[in-house]
Design a binder for this molecule. Structure first.
Ligand SMILES: *Cc1c(COP(=O)(O)O)cnc(C)c1O
Length: 388
């Protein structure tokens, strides 16, 4: 049996007629830049995320970059974030000239916690002249960038309480978490100042290439983001600030408008697959050996289904030989990346992130998987640990 980590072909097959027609409409109109599909998608995604405004962006990375620019974060500034995420989170902080300040993750959820951020602010920072200064670097801390990793939201209330106390802005990196919710039913992106989404093909709502979006409830930030997206231009050929070309492509938007209508069904199918895994791991006697994801009250949308596995690399090789695709998200925490060597971190600085990087393994979870395929994945894992 073959069980790929992700196969997008069945999704396309099911929607081919609709999607091809939508692409054809854009081709017939020959209107490729910021047209009606972008506008429609912005409204639909904002509503879906519980926000007033959506600003389509060329990628999740450019959404993060634009959010930092919109909040005027630059050299002399610092942003608190997690070292255990995709590179773009800290990469964009660096690109605006700011300093990424890492705080270690919670081992159960792999997410930042308000408590850990608060500890960092009390121990390593001080207030001076109405600013929050990071003592070692002398930088002004302006914002927190939490990541809703793997499709489960950060516990936002404690984090927002800390942000309010220290007057910091909050950018939610929701690249993996569109439509995820907390116990009160709030959606990812709706709680901080700006939420950033990615429509990279492997995300739960994937385009036919690169695409992303910023969402916000703040009309001034929405206007600023819309301007930053087109070189800070408003009106035409009058530039109020230096932005970039961060536009969402009309063809991508046309595809995404169709796909968004099915996102809830796909998220439900991912949750059902996760549920099947929980039962199957239990039946196989594996629950004492591997650690399954901690699903908190709320709506986990399982962009990834992550297990902690002893002897992870050998398990990954065994699964590969058995026809099961897996991936390591992520093998190197950001404080150990070569490009961040100048930050001066060493092994052991963020032990939970390092442990997660050594133990985590993503299993196939995409909506179209069959029960037989999921059971086969668990059977292969059971065989590896001598349980079958
Ligand atoms: C995918 C991802 C991004 C970047 O999105 P792109 O659309 O690939 O630029 C940023 N942050 C996280 C956590 C991601 O998973």
């Amino acid at each position: 049996m073959q069980v790929p980590l992700l196969d997008l072909k069945p999704q396309y097959r099911a929607l081919k007629a609709e999607i091809d027609a939508a692409i054809e409409r854009v081709c017939d109109a020959q209107a490729f830049i910021l047209g009606s599909a972008v506008k429609e998608l912005e409204g639909a995604v904002a509503a879906y995320s519980g926000c007033r405004f959506g600003i389509g962006m060329s990628s999740g990375t450019d959404a993060l970059l634009s959010a930092l620019m919109a909040l005027d974060i630059g050299p002399q500034d610092a942003v608190i974030t997690t070292p255990y995420t995709f590179f773009a989170t800290a990469g964009t902080i660096s690109r605006v000239g700011a300093l990424p300040l890492f705080v270690d993750i919670d081992p159960a959820t792999f997410n930042l916690t308000g408590a850990a951020v608060e500890r960092f602010l009390r121990n390593d920072c001080e207030r001076r002249d109405g600013k929050v200064l990071h003592r070692r670097s002398g930088r002004t801390i302006k914002a927190i960038m939490p990541v809703h990793l793997y499709g489960q939201m950060v516990d936002m209330d404690p984090l927002m309480a800390v942000a309010r106390e220290f007057q910091l802005r909050v950018i939610e990196d929701s690249a993996q978490a569109i439509g995820s919710g907390d116990a009160q039913g709030r959606r990812a992106c709706s709680i901080g100042d700006i939420g950033c989404l990615s429509f990279f093909p492997t995300k739960n709502l994937g385009a036919f290439g690169d695409a992303g979006m910023c969402v916000t409830n703040d009309p001034d930030l929405a206007a600023r983001l819309a301007m930053i997206r087109v070189h800070g231009m408003e009106p035409k050929y009058y530039h109020q600030l230096v932005g970039g070309n961060f536009r969402l492509d009309e063809l991508q938007a046309a595809v995404l408008v169709i796909k968004l209508r099915h996102l809830d069904d796909w998220s439900r199918a991912r949750q059902e697959n996760a549920c099947f895994y929980f039962g199957a791991f239990e039946r196989a006697g594996l629950k004492e050996i591997v650690t399954l994801p901690a699903a908190l009250p709320g709506r986990h949308i399982y962009n990834q289904f992550i297990i902690r596995a002893p002897n992870r690399d050998a398990l990954k090789a065994h699964l590969g030989q058995s026809g099961v695709g897996t991936e390591i998200y992520y093998p190197v925490p950001l404080h150990r990346q070569q490009c961040f060597a100048n930050l001066g971190h060493g092994a052991g600085d963020f032990p939970e992130s390092e442990r997660a990087a050594a133990e985590n393994l993503a299993l196939p979870i995409f909506p179209e998987l069959s029960r037989e395929q999921l059971q086969y994945v668990v059977d292969c894992i059971a065989r590896f640990y001598g349980k079958a």
